[in-house]
Design a protein around this ligand. Sequence first.
Ligand code: CP3
Length: 351
Amino acid sequence: MKDGNHTMSQTKTILRALAGETLPTPPIWMMRQAGRYLPEYRATRAQAGDFLSLCYNPELAAEVTLQPIRRYGFDAAILFADILLLPQALGADLWFVTGEGPRLSTITQAADFDRLKPVDEIDAVLNPIYETVRILRQELPPETTLIGFAGAPWTVATYMIAGRGTPDQGPAHALKAENQALFEVLLARITAGTIEYLSKQIEAGAEVVKIFDSWAGSLKGEDFQKYAVAPAREITQALKARHPEIPVIGFPREAGDGYIGFAKATGVDCVALDNSVSAEWAAAHVQVDGCVQGNLASSHMVTGGQALVDEAKAIVQAFSGGPHIFNLGHGITPDADPDNVQRMIDAVRGQ
Ligand code: CP3
């Protein structure tokens, strides 16, 4: 498998960018590329019954992963799953309320934490995800890179503590302030689970892994170092020890100045950028340390037009002096027009 990956790294554009190569045209994929803006995704989800049943059905999860590859020929496929499957595997209740988002059992006291399962039991729930990865490695075109992923411990903890998404991550900040010991053992359990989960994805065939810290931006100062940088470093170091050839992408979303030095501090091979930072700024302050990914505002996938083309080309230009993977600054939204995705790809590839 090592030899296989090595050979592939010569040809797959995403692996070349992640290895530090500056390419004439950046490779491209899109966060949430398998999702509700695509009619074929909605049809397969209906066939599965609901979102979680889709995640745990390897054949159908592989099918929706492949749909945007067939339609657009992206350079990477991202495993279809969710960052909240790990909490579920650790014993949290998880369900999705249509039109509202995820709901989980909450963690507010030691007794809630004590009910969680040990890390060595997560595979009982997550085995179907590894099966999806194995199917994808068989079915993806040879030029397409398969990306596995997990949530970063802080972001996963914000959902496990509050039992839902929150605008300001208030409940997680409150637990951190009021019961730091409990907050930190929870983070440690998620970190250990994430290392295990990503290792198994890699063993099943994931060629790159990405760590999504969607709420990193609400960690300030010392907290950012302790709860965004340190866990990303711990996960990255553990993965590199087991699988030295597998690149890691870190996404400390809305980190602002925290993006500076993030790759050096954590060991990630690439820093994914949201669109609150300009590409010019990021080229000067982040890309100087290596590969970056991003960062077109996902709203362009709704509004389209010349602004979409101009902005996509400006981002390509700003990052043209170093390794770059083109992406959105956050996931594509359900109201996006699938034709705008093709316009973005054409603008990036210069057609
Ligand atoms: O990017 C991809 O195409 C791969 C699959 C993927 C999903 N979620 C599928 C999904 C990935 C990488 C994620 C990551 C994820 N999940 C994050 C981190 C990235 C980010 O968006 O900030 C987070 C915070 C979650 C948790 C989550 N899952 C929320 C808050 C929601 C509800 C909000 C929403 O967009 O509906 C989900 C649901 C979810 N995850 C959907 C998909 C396609 C929509 C569910 C549906 O089909 O009804």
